[in-house]
Design a protein around this ligand. Structure first.
Ligand code: AMP
Length: 125
């Protein structure tokens, strides 16, 4: 079910539990600002999620409340993960679903990183 991205942060959401090590994940990269792991239901050959370590519900929440250091660290982390996965030359796609119309289901900000082959049209309606 898509979430209401204006709700307060739920510290028991699935990605918060992955961050705390309470749930397993196929981790690919981590630093003090962000964690990257494989999506459990990949929609492309490479489908990795990059999440900030801070308690932010959505892109809206991060951009409004996070410190400059957290925002810079997170944005740099997304780029670093794409480079580490060798996706820059062939190309990749980023997606951050936000709220109900965006189809966001997990209430902890995550950027989808898609790659590994041609990705087709941006939106299928
Ligand atoms: P969104 O619709 O943007 O909120 O996307 C949520 C994504 O999280 C989906 O692509 C799910 O497949 C993925 N997901 C949900 N639970 C897990 C999990 N435990 N580990 C990895 N990915 C997950």
């Amino acid at each position: 079910m898509p979430i209401d991205a204006t709700l307060p942060y739920d510290p028991n959401n699935v990605f918060a539990r992955i961050l705390r090590g309470e749930l397993p994940a196929k981790r690919v990269w981590e630093d003090e600002h962000a964690l990257a792991f494989h999506d459990i239901a990949p929609q492309s050959a490479v489908h990795v999620l990059v999440i900030p370590k801070g308690p932010y519900v959505s892109w809206d929440d991060l951009s409004a409340r996070a410190s400059d250091a957290e925002i810079a660290g997170f944005v740099r982390a997304v780029g670093t993960v794409a480079r580490e996965l060798g996706l820059v030359a062939p190309g990749y796609r980023l997606l951050a679903n936000t709220g109900a119309h965006g189809g966001q289901e997990v209430p902890h900000l995550h950027v989808h990183l898609f790659g590994g082959g041609p990705l087709g049209p941006m939106l299928v309606r």
